[in-house]
Design a protein around this ligand. Structure first.
Ligand code: SF4
Ligand code: MG
Length: 335
């Protein structure tokens, strides 16, 4: 698999009245062609800020790149001008959001919104763009696309709006699709349909997907690899099976414990007690220290380095240090 995006030691902060909020703190990952990487974490973990940074959708100021690079096609996106980004956004890297209603234009037909990007990025004629629009709506499973293409977003159901968003995002065959909580606003059946659609389209087009979600349940069937974020950092990363069957970080255990189990739907879900750290004043050591049932003295003062669990999995936790007491994966985190 060839690497298509490389994020190196990225740090993003926001200048606020409450101080400098360090939303993303030294995040490193890569994305390969035809691959789906899920970034999972609670709200405030920095996952959306990471995603928006790739598209340069962070308002600067108050946001700023403090450190690191985002390498796409050999170029650092953190150094691009707004004008240069306009040629990349929607063409090379596209994004879909949780609520299509906020990103679709309510005053424009769906067809016009698809055409816009085709005319802008691919110099298509109006007529060709319209034809391609119909094809795209068909591709994402919108029934009677010849008729639907002339309708407005409010005439679509929630699930159809998300399908239309995906059609717009894929119009120019982007190399990367960023999906930020793409199914959170939808009911469970529609959620599964949209995730299946994204997978199917990925097989057809080869687009790499960066899936941002708070819901590990969505990830199991959708992602190849997972990065778990907490307190602005990636605390564990691995292949999807490693994260589900051999998780090493107590925060990953917590997320797995708060996920409904297929074979036991009556089981009580364990929400992780406590709240995420204040990133205006982040903890000196492990970001999870105030909520971690296994916290030791060292966790308060020193950020753990990554330990390689396998060639593909690593986690940042002092429990993986050879001097730490042996701790078993808790029963609640077993899927
Ligand atoms: Fe818990 Fe310490 Fe590991 Fe952090 S480093 S997750 S506080 S055991
Ligand atoms: Mg978010």
């Amino acid at each position: 698999m060839s690497k298509i995006l490389e994020v190196n030691d990225l740090s993003v902060s926001f200048d606020t009245y409450g101080g400098d909020v360090k939303a993303v703190r030294g995040v490193t990952f890569e994305l390969n062609e035809k691959e789906t990487l899920a970034i999972v974490g609670e709200s405030g973990s920095g996952k959306s800020v990471t995603a928006q940074s790739l598209m340069r959708l962070i308002p600067m100021p108050p946001g700023k790149f403090v450190n690191g690079s985002i390498i796409f096609k050999g170029q650092d996106l953190t150094e691009k001008s707004e004008k240069q980004m306009e040629a990349i956004r929607g063409k090379e890297i596209s994004m879909i959001f949780q609520d299509p209603m906020t990103s679709l234009n309510p005053t424009m037909t769906i067809g016009k919104q698809i055409s816009e990007s085709l005319i802008k990025h691919q110099n298509m004629s109006k007529k060709d763009a319209h034809e391609r629009g119909i094809e795209l709506l068909k591709l994402v499973g919108i029934p009677t696309p010849e008729k639907r293409i002339n309708q407005y977003p409010h005439e679509y159901s929630g699930g159809m709006r998300q399908r239309a968003m995906i059609a717009i995002a894929l119009a120019c065959n982007p190399k990367i699709l960023i999906a930020d909580e793409p199914t959170t606003a939808l009911d469970v059946t529609i959620q599964a349909q949209i995730m299946d659609l994204m997978k199917e389209l990925q097989e057809k087009t080869g687009t790499a997907i960066l899936l941002i979600t708070h819901d590990l349940g969505v990830v199991a069937n959708a992602a190849h690899r997972v990065a778990v974020m907490y307190g602005g950092k990636i605390v564990e990363t691995g292949d999807v099976d490693e994260i589900f069957y051999n998780p090493q970080h107590p925060y990953t255990w917590g997320l797995l414990g708060s996920m409904p189990k297929l074979d036991n739907r009556d089981e009580e879900l364990q929400a992780i007690p406590g709240s995420p750290p204040d990133l205006a004043d982040p903890p000196k050591g492990c970001p999870f220290v105030t909520r971690c049932p296994f916290a030791m003295k060292v966790c308060e003062n020193r950020m753990p380095e990554y330990t390689d669990v396998s060639n593909t999995q690593k986690a940042a936790c002092w429990l993986l240090d050879e001097r730490a007491p042996k701790v078993e994966i808790p029963e609640s985190a077993r899927v």
